[in-house]
Write a protein that binds this ligand. Sequence first.
Ligand SMILES: [Ca+2]
Ligand SMILES: [Ca+2]
Length: 319
Amino acid sequence: MGRRAVLVATTILILGVTSSVSAAAPWTDRGWGRLSAKAYQRSDLCANLPGVQRTVPPGYTKDASGACLPPPMPTPTPTARPPNAVPDPQPGFTRVFTDQFDGTALDPAKWLSYTGTFTSSEGCNEPDNLTVGGGVLTQVFAYQGSGVCGAGWYHGSMVVDRAYGGNNQSVTVRFRVLNDDPATTEAYRIIPMRWPSPIDDGPVPPWYLGEADYCEGSSLDGCSTFLHYRDVDTQVVRRHTFDLTRWHTLRATQRPGNDVEIYLDDMAVPVWSYDGNATTVPDVFRRTVLQQECAGTCPTTRTGSERIEVDFVTIDDHR
Ligand SMILES: [Ca+2]
Ligand SMILES: [Ca+2]
């Protein structure tokens, strides 16, 4: 065979190879086949370069045309519940009360509005300062030129109907606090409280035997739990730091064994657990209260206001 014939044969061989590479190559699991080292270095493991054979990387699959497919994404656990949804009761508790404030006024079958002054502070409760709209209860703290107590600072507070009281209960409240002049318009709030109450029309028990103020104070960067017992000067105290101007879900749970837990947003792990006893957490009937008042004395100005916005309240009884 002469020199010319050899050259022709080589050209045909090269054309044949080139042709087969540019067409869709059949898949083999043997390796990278004819993919050049340069292309290999450039390529992503799953970039489907035409005509390239490749090993299926661990966890990957291939389709009928030889495309290399990444592992399917794990199916996400359905967490459709939006962050503002009403959380379920804890194990061992049964829901007995839910108010999402979806109406246009406070439901008198669920709540009793306070009217008049507290013994604990100046200021005056007026039912008008409890408004419901847009799915939210608003407790309004503001100066009024007139009202049930005359001119002065007013606020809105309320206690749940006696039908929803109990001893071992878990109360969950989603709320935030908006104050347009915190420097001078300082309000005081207890969101929520559980207040020792007569079960029937009997005498009112002493407040200090079991008043539980789960989130109390006037600052906007936290609140404190006060568990009162024995006398007017004795209580268990615990501070919780969080931004009250943003929505948070706070749950306060009293369990058998006289134990108290405070949860904040994470309903699985409490931010505080207190192992109480029958002295420090008395077994008494209590009713849930949302309280707003002056911080001892009312502001000296007449301007400014504070609003507590409450998205929902739930109460769960221990079974
Ligand atoms: Ca205990
Ligand atoms: Ca709501």
